[in-house]
Design a protein around this ligand. Structure first.
Ligand SMILES: *Cc1c(COP(=O)(O)O)cnc(C)c1O
Length: 394
């Protein structure tokens, strides 16, 4: 909120697609806790599942049926995943997937994309999107040179740079958000994910998709289903926890069995696979059937079409994927982080303030996605578009 020149909103409660702040102001919420709340706030089925689980105890440090059911649900949706390791955050899941990739390849370098965000583990902070982009922090003090040296950063959608990085280093993994969504939404250009797959196969690097945002959102099986590209490992978070702290990584049995205790690659977490979080995640995923994805796409299309109409004749670019969109304050289409960073951030900030003044809460950063939920409806979209028309004119 500081970046858009506004006081923070202190939330009192959420109801469906709305937030109520401590002063009683209501906002149409397009942030959705930055991705997990695909069913909206305080979904009755998710709350009931959490309450039932809580009544039986909040953490055991031993196996429960629910974490197996959640792993089975994930594996049924995502064919590239045979085994799942639960964590409490996307940060841990991405960090552990990188460790596993280094262990199985015996190589050190991880290639990531400028403006992509994979959580805040030391090695993956280089030129990261999300909050680091919002605050214009290119790296972070406290990260050692040795840790930074294990990460090579290349521009998103730049085929030559990917090929150079893979031929110039001994690369353990290419780590990508298959639809970049932490520099604003920047889909892969035609053929780019295919190139990542073939370049990894040619050099023996693992392809790791960070589907923390796209997983269970853009399609039943995530972006890998939408684009028909199978990664070696997948990082999941946000929707998989249904608004509680759960995340995971997964892949084929042969790779995942390297993880302790089956194998020698250490990974652990006191609250991983926590019964409350797995209950919320399962209740959320079970609500996400084919009809739900159709509805989410319909709602996203309506919002996107309305914003695209408003963008005509203005220096605005609309980027969208199912359940996600970004309105870039830019004359040029945005295909990478350099283009996103060149947006008119002052105009974007004024737009966000004008929206908040009208009771609509867009992500208060040019480098974050709007998150559409199933609690939104035609009415909330039309009210948002009215506010957007006024805000752009103002
Ligand atoms: C949010 C996010 C993460 C980090 O997840 P946390 O649960 O916040 O640690 C990692 N990768 C991507 C793509 C994300 O959007």
């Amino acid at each position: 909120m500081r970046q858009i020149g506004r006081e923070p909103v202190f939330v009192e409660r959420g109801e469906g697609c709305e937030l109520v702040d401590v002063d009683g102001n209501r906002y149409l919420d397009w942030v959705g806790s930055w991705g997990p709340l695909i069913l909206g706030h305080a979904d009755p089925n998710v709350l009931a599942a959490v309450e039932r689980a809580a009544a039986r105890g909040t953490s055991f440090g031993a196996a429960t049926a629910a974490e197996v059911e959640l792993a089975e649900e994930v594996a049924a949706r995502v064919p590239s995943i045979e085994m799942v390791r639960m964590t409490s955050s996307g940060t841990e899941a991405a960090m552990s997937a990188a460790r596993l990739a280094r262990a199985v390849t015996g190589r050190e370098v991880v290639v990531k994309f400028a403006g992509a965000y994979h959580g805040h583990s030391d090695g993956l902070l280089a030129t990261a999107g999300s909050g680091l982009a919002t605050l214009a922090i290119p790296g972070s003090p406290g990260v050692t040179a040795a840790q930074a040296a294990g990460t090579v950063v290349v521009p998103w959608n730049d085929r030559d740079a990917v090929e150079r990085a893979l031929s110039g280093h001994s690369v353990a993994a290419v780590l990508a958000e298959p639809i970049a969504a932490n520099m604003g939404v920047v889909p892969p250009e035609e053929g780019f994910l295919e190139l990542l797959r073939t370049a990894c196969d040619a050099t023996g690097a693992l392809l790791v998709f960070d589907e923390v945002i796209t997983g269970f959102r853009v399609a039943r099986g995530g972006a890998q289903q939408l684009y028909g590209i199978e990664p070696d490992l997948t990082v999941m978070g946000k929707v998989i926890g249904g608004g509680l702290p759960a995340a995971a990584f997964g892949g084929p049995r042969e790779l995942m069995e390297r993880i302790a205790p089956a194998g020698d690659v250490y990974q652990a977490g006191t609250l991983s696979g926590n019964p409350l979080a797995t209950a919320a995640g399962l209740a959320t995923l079970r609500a996400l059937d084919d009809a739900a994805y159709e509805r989410l796409a319909t709602l996203t299309d309506r919002l996107a079409a309305g914003l695209a109409r408003l963008a005509e004749g203005r220096p605005l670019q609309l980027a969208t994927a199912p359940g996600l969109l970004t309105l870039f304050f830019s004359e040029q289409p945005v295909a990478d982080f350099a283009a996103a960073a060149a947006c008119d951030l002052d105009a974007h900030a004024r737009f966000c303030r004008a929206m908040l003044d009208r009771g609509v809460y867009p992500p208060p950063s040019q480098f974050e996605a709007w998150f559409v939920s199933l609690a939104h409806d035609e009415d909330s979209i039309d009210r948002t578009l009215e506010a957007a028309a006024e805000a752009l004119n103002a």
